[in-house]
Design a protein around this ligand. Structure first.
Ligand SMILES: NC(=O)N[C@@H](CC(=O)O)C(=O)O
Length: 366
């Protein structure tokens, strides 16, 4: 008999829905994969750089309008959407306090300046340590979602082994942050290195982390062999010992910190004449990929104990941390290969991550 697992509906707690007509298509893919909500990243065009529509901050999108746009696109399926405020140079501590007080602002997102797709509005981390922004977040219980990479490094330092951009950030910046703001809620996003995993493990309980399917499944070697550019995302895939640390963290039966955040990032123009944009699209297929990754990590998903570890990672830890409405319904995945199709969008196509990979998908949505 084909193995099936029934899971509560879940929240993807790190994803990119983009803007305009892309929102409807990407949200639909999330609905297809059992999501009842998400934490939708603010690196849109223009960025989500203000809290309320009435705030007069450049031509930025507002948290309240973008949240409503996504809720509407889900056709009533989404129970809740968290839109973090993009931390730009234009953010003032008062905006955070006011947004939190009204219940509109739950999180803010730090991007290293020019560190990834849509990160051009980011500003140096130290600035927010000093200008009252992180202090206002700590005081009002707003979560800081961090893209934890040092910025401004040369290419060879950025991807250096042992001292790469993420390792430097978790060795230097993060300890300072949690010492200075001991009550600040922090989510370390899309971890890729053992250094970062060890940091999160050793930090207080309110410091958590998201992990993507691709960082659990692949290493830099997979990307380089055949230059599989659909696997190019930031932070870059790392080495075997890093992947092992991630796998151990998410599959540990005692895990209370590491949860699902796909970083699904659609790019209609992934390839440029001399390179490619960072971001992997996993909309519609993420639970299947996570299940495959857990099996690759040695978890037996045919037994209750294995399923429990998986359920906690996908459906429970993050939902509890963000105090999101509990799921009433369920969805089912089964162990049969899924036939993936490119997503058509505004006359262009978005290629989901596993298309063209050597490893075919082993799970599908029932
Ligand atoms: N992960 C990525 O490589 N890209 C993301 C941005 C990000 O979170 O880095 C994107 O929006 O395309």
């Amino acid at each position: 008999m084909t193995l099936q697992i029934t899971l509560p509906h879940w929240y993807d707690l790190h994803t990119h829905f983009r803007q305009d007509e892309t929102v409807r298509a990407t949200v639909a893919d999330h609905v297809k994969m059992g999501c009842i909500g998400a934490l939708a990243m603010p690196n849109t065009k223009p960025p989500v750089g203000k809290v309320f529509e009435k705030d007069d901050v450049k031509d930025y999108k507002s948290v309240e309008a973008y949240r409503q746009e996504i809720m509407t696109a889900s056709g009533g399926v989404f129970q809740e959407v968290i839109v973090p405020l993009y931390i730009t140079r234009d953010i003032k501590p008062e905006m955070i306090t006011a947004g939190a007080k009204k219940g509109v602002l739950k999180a803010c997102k730090y991007y290293p300046p020019h560190g990834t797709t849509g990160a051009d509005f980011g500003a140096p981390f130290d600035m927010f340590m000093e200008n009252g922004v992180f202090a206002a977040m700590e005081e009002s219980g707003v979560t800081l979602c961090i893209h934890g990479e040092e910025h401004g490094l040369s290419a060879e330092k950025y991807f250096d082994r042992g001292e790469n951009a993420e390792e430097l950030f978790y060795a230097n910046k993060m300890p300072l942050l949690i010492r200075r703001f001991p009550k600040l809620r922090v989510v370390a996003e899309h971890l890729t290195t053992k250094v970062a995993v060890d940091f999160v493990k050793s930090a207080p309980e309110h410091v958590k982390a998201t992990v993507t399917p691709q960082h659990l499944m692949y290493t830099i070697g997979t990307l380089l062999q055949g230059l599989k550019y659909h696997l190019y995302c930031l932070p870059l895939l790392k080495f075997d010992e890093d992947r092992l640390a991630l796998r151990q963290a998410v599959t540990d039966p005692e895990n209370t910190k590491f949860f699902a955040g796909t970083d699904s990032a659609p790019h209609v123009k992934k390839v440029t004449p001399c390179g490619c944009a960072a971001g992997c699209y996993t909309g519609g297929i993420a639970p299947q990929l996570y299940a495959q990754a857990f099996e690759m990590a040695g978890v037996d998903l045919s037994i209750a104990q294995g399923q429990e570890v998986f359920r906690k990672f996908l459906c429970e830890i993050g939902q509890t941390y963000y105090d999101l409405p509990k799921a009433q319904g369920t969805f089912t995945i089964e162990k049969t290969a899924e036939n993936i199709k490119p997503l058509a969008m505004a006359g262009e196509t978005i290629i989901p991550l596993p298309l063209g990979m050597d490893t075919p998908m082993t799970w599908s949505i029932v």
